[in-house]
Design a protein around this ligand. Sequence first.
Ligand SMILES: Cc1ncc(COP(=O)(O)O)c(C=O)c1O
Length: 380
Amino acid sequence: MKCQRDKFSLQRKISYLNGAYMSPLMKKVEKAGIKGMIQKRKPFHISDSDFFRETEILRNLFGQLINSPNPKRHVIIPSVSYGIENVVQNLSKKKGKIVLAAGQFPSNVYPWSANSNYPLKFVAAPTLGKNLAENWNEEILRAIDDQTAAVSIGQIHWVNGIKYDLTSIREKTRSVGAALIIDGTQSIGALPFDLQAIQPDALLVAGYKWLMGPYSIGMAYYGEMFDQGKPIENNWMNRQGSDQFSGLTHYKDHYLPRAQRYEVGEHSNFILVPMLIAAIKQLLKWTPLGIQRYCEALCYDAIDSLRSEGYNIEDSKVRASHLFGIYFNQNTNMERIERALSKYRVKISIRDQALRVSPNVYNDQKDVQRLVSALKEAII
Ligand SMILES: Cc1ncc(COP(=O)(O)O)c(C=O)c1O
């Protein structure tokens, strides 16, 4: 794939290597949003069926991206914390520990920690060094036992891109009757994910990072475990017969079947939904594998030269290519690094002790070379 920068409105003087913070919008995604906004000038053109048409398209497209064949298992969520809360309230094991990776994003921590039925077991990353990813995965597996209610984890770690061995984690969780919940926010869209192969019980994805959509909309998958659950919100659209607007006050006791009950109120957002549709359509053309390969080739030489300067970056076999952490030792410090990044106008994130670099198909060698120049200059 060649660089796709022309599909975006980025400024050449800034090297934006920070998709894990927030993706830039593609021009056509912007256009879809503006069209949605303008549509409301003339609400008489918005029909009852419009409330359901585009959301169904979105559920289908999301399914194509994650190899999940049943769109009725996909729902629109406003945030990961919202999606996880529905999980917490409806898990089949009503008590037991929740296994998490230490240092994972708080949206996949607070909904659990707020519920006293579920003590948390954080599995710390081994200290940086050889076989870190392998050892970490082994320790996660060791932490899963018959006292475990769920493992709630990412596909990768959101700071250093280390991949979790979801296949083995699924096997172990299944053997002890525990759920597997995946926060795919930092991977889905840019890293292949096969829902039918992994078979998680739920998957939550914020839309504004690797799905390349707008803020405040994301997608979730809920499996059979949640089919009879009670949603955290009682919005009218999730009740049976809600598509018949003339009969809405014939109040219904029953939710829509299976996962659909968990969809957020006002999910037929006429601005955000078309934007996310436009974004995912483009991702399906590029493919997550294509994006991985692009990012790997883009950063290959740069990573080599940063390593030779003393920076530490995990082996590409155990981490994602669209998101990785750079660690440093005594030959520099955070203050020098921040100053150099600012001088070269390179945008990355500093999370814990890592410099998180997260490129995408809009980046080119110029961006990566600026990062290398800045980090070389930061060496004492
Ligand atoms: C791994 C991960 N999950 C979720 C989120 C966003 O969570 P929420 O949608 O609850 O704001 C982020 C944001 O950085 C993230 O990195």
